[in-house]
Design a protein around this ligand. Structure first.
Ligand SMILES: NC(=O)c1ccc[n+]([C@@H]2O[C@H](COP(=O)([O-])OP(=O)(O)OC[C@H]3O[C@@H](n4cnc5c(N)ncnc54)[C@H](OP(=O)(O)O)[C@@H]3O)[C@@H](O)[C@H]2O)c1
Length: 285
């Protein structure tokens, strides 16, 4: 939905739990990720996320669970929990070229069972990014996609390359970002274009979460606020300007991940968490 006239692009609004994108569309700042989830799990996670109050769901063609996400969305709409317009769905195109991307966008719409996708991303750099990007721009013109962006572009040079052929500036860059890999430099650099950063692996990803959850600084701050380590980490992402999409198939975890709007980290606490950064990524795709 369109934002109020005085809203600034890229500024997180914690009372509305949204950010205005450079495309003119608003995006929720906290959501649920569905990587590794089966169709059935993705359906449940989507449904329980929407029931808990989350309004952003992250999927991708590559995850092969868009059908499940679509079913979870339909279930929540049928039960009167949300309307389609209140929900923000992100999907991603994995590799390919212009013509394949045109086809893939229609397949995603069909699997998700929606008339439009809120945000479509190039999943990672490939051989014909310009062609794939063009297909996404054409889909925006046709109303099939509202906003477009990129994922797994980690340097200024990579972003500048995309900007060199983009007619529509990317609205979002979705990258691996967590307490051990913050990449604040890129977040600050892309601000000039009104591009918002979004964190995947906000907890370090499956198999690595304990390293984040058992970090001394995080535990110390969690104790002071009476919150869990997961909630402190998510609040740090949001307060530092990263949309977060923690992945979960557990309804209790999903509700916990949404329960982060009743406290605030101080600047000193933010600085302590910024100090954890080791510029260390878990993945290199
Ligand atoms: N663009 C890309 O290339 C890319 C790559 C990777 C991921 N992503 C997106 O980013 C999302 C997030 O990444 P991710 O899911 O891989 O990793 P993650 O969010 O860092 O971690 C997910 C893990 O955290 C656990 N968890 C979630 N909430 C918890 C809580 N409150 N307390 C304790 N454990 C909790 C989950 O287990 P339970 O299921 O038991 O809750 C799961 O094991 C993905 O789901 C996907 O949508 C995008």
């Amino acid at each position: 939905m369109p934002a109020p006239a005085d809203t600034l692009v890229g500024e997180f609004d914690f009372s509305a739990e949204k950010v205005l994108l450079n495309s003119g569309w608003e995006m929720p700042i906290i959501g649920t990720g569905t990587w590794t989830l089966s169709d059935e799990e993705a359906e449940n996670s989507t449904y329980y996320a929407l029931k808990a109050g989350m309004r952003l769901i992250d999927t991708a063609r590559y995850y092969q669970n868009e059908t499940g996400v679509g079913k979870g969305l339909a279930r929540a709409i049928d039960e009167g929990i949300v309307t389609r317009e209140e929900v923000f769905i992100t999907s991603k195109i994995y590799g390919g070229d212009h013509d394949r991307a045109v086809k893939v966008i229609d397949e995603a719409l069909s699997d998700l069972n929606v008339d439009y996708i809120d945000l479509m991303l190039i999943h990672q750099p490939g051989s014909d990014d310009a062609g794939v990007y063009k297909a996404m721009e054409e889909a925006v013109e046709r109303g099939k996609i509202h906003s477009i962006g990129i994922s797994n572009y980690y340097t200024k040079e990579q972003v500048e390359e995309v900007l060199s052929f983009a007619e529509i500036t990317p609205a979002v860059i979705q990258n691996e970002n967590h307490i051990f890999y913050q990449n604040a430099e890129l977040r600050d650099y892309v601000k000039q274009y009104g591009i918002v950063m979004e964190s995947w692996y906000p907890f370090g990803g499956r198999g690595h979460t304990q390293e984040s959850f058992e970090n001394d600084v995080i535990l110390d701050i969690a104790k002071d606020h009476g919150k869990t380590a997961a909630q402190i980490i998510l609040r740090w992402h949001l307060q530092d300007g990263y949309i977060a999409i923690p992945g979960s198939s557990n309804p209790d975890h999903i509700a916990e991940n949404y329960d982060i709007f009743d406290f605030e980290l101080s600047e000193d606490e933010m600085d302590r968490i910024r100090g954890i950064d080791e510029q260390r990524r878990y993945e290199h795709w």
